[in-house]
Design a binder for this molecule. Structure first.
Ligand code: ASP
Length: 328
């Protein structure tokens, strides 16, 4: 029987409603959650690990580094087929992408959780865990980087984002949809996985900021970041990758101080491109030397910039944000 390591790391999947405050709090142990995944022993042997009982807004970058180290060790073991990690859903996409960027393995790593706590009707934790374990033992899931499994849908960590604050199918891949599904324990994929660079890091450069653009914003936040020694800036720009003209001075200042600036869009779908030549338009920003990250929410571009800045091999940031040549 194939063996899967399940690392428990808090989130709603481990929560119950505390009747005194009428709100969900961390309560269940890994063993208690596993005991609800009935019948899984017919598919895989499970080895459980307790990492934390944190709600995901409490996750730190240091936690991500520690998780990456732990999971690297687990996938190096010959007797372990794959790893499943539980995580609160709010920052799950960030940890999943962090692991994807820092663990080089053909083995399957799946991140899952629950949208409803064990006190609610339709608790989805046991189902998500069962389908994640089925994915972890699937031959077809190998070599696809870190996967996120919810509601019987599989998404690549590099592509997924939490798109709904309450629905069971909260995790979506903008532009494409899921990469695969788990249909009655059968794991099926619809398309190829786009491979990306894996970085070797031992700690994280944390001072990377994320700014969301809005109408008529100016350079005040950008100036604050330059003055406070930030090492990188991600801007969730408007539409195709444009900013209000008053932000241009701040971007120039950051670039002149050798602070890389990465532009993504605040739009859920589409991609950024140097389509507009007006003041603050994408063409102007591109010519100034910003990087475009084509289709990714700001919180994930921030993780990528942090990881790239933290790489042991001092990889050129330009290389990390080079446009995929198929996508001109
Ligand atoms: N707020 C919770 C968390 O991220 C939500 C969840 O797990 O679904 O920990």
């Amino acid at each position: 029987m194939k063996k899967v390591a399940v690392v428990f790391n808090g989130g709603t999947i481990s929560m119950k409603v505390d009747e005194r405050i009428k709100a969900a709090v961390p309560s269940l142990t890994g063993e208690e959650i596993m005991s609800m995944v009935t019948g899984i022993e017919n598919y895989a042997e499970v080895e459980s690990y307790s990492f934390s009982s944190k709600p995901s807004p409490h996750m730190t970058l240091e936690d991500m580094v520690e998780l990456s180290k732990l999971i690297k060790k687990l996938v190096e073991r010959d007797d372990i087929e794959g790893v499943v990690l539980t995580h609160g859903t709010d920052t799950l996409e960030e940890t999943a992408y962090f692991l994807d960027l820092t663990i080089d393995t053909e083995k399957v790593i799946v991140v899952t959780g629950a949208m409803r706590s064990s006190s609610e009707l339709g608790y989805d934790g046991p189902f998500n865990l069962a389908t994640s374990i089925c994915t972890a033992i699937s031959e077809d899931a190998k070599g696809r980087g870190v996967l996120v499994c919810f509601n019987g849908e599989l998404n690549s960590a590099s592509e997924v984002t939490k798109a709904n604050s309450m629905a069971l199918n909260a995790f979506k891949t903008p532009n494409f949809g899921p990469i695969g599904i788990v249909d009655n324990n059968k794991v099926l994929f619809y398309r190829k996985t786009i491979k990306h660079r894996v970085y070797n890091i031992s700690e994280v450069v944390e001072k990377v900021a994320l700014i969301k653009c809005a109408a008529d914003m100016d350079s005040e936040y950008l100036n604050f970041l330059v003055d406070n020694n930030y090492k990188g800036i991600v801007i969730e720009a408007l539409g195709r990758g444009n900013v209000p003209p008053k932000m241009v001075e701040g971007i120039k200042r950051a670039l002149n101080n050798n602070i890389p600036v990465v532009i993504v869009s605040r739009c859920f779908e589409g991609r950024v491109f140097e389509s507009y030549g007006y003041d603050g338009g994408g063409k102007m920003l591109k010519d100034l030397g910003v990087f475009f990250e084509e289709s990714m929410p700001g919180q994930k571009a921030r993780i990528k910039l942090m990881v790239a800045l933290s790489s042991d091999k001092a990889i050129d940031i330009k290389e990390s944000f080079k446009r995929n040549t198929n996508h001109n």
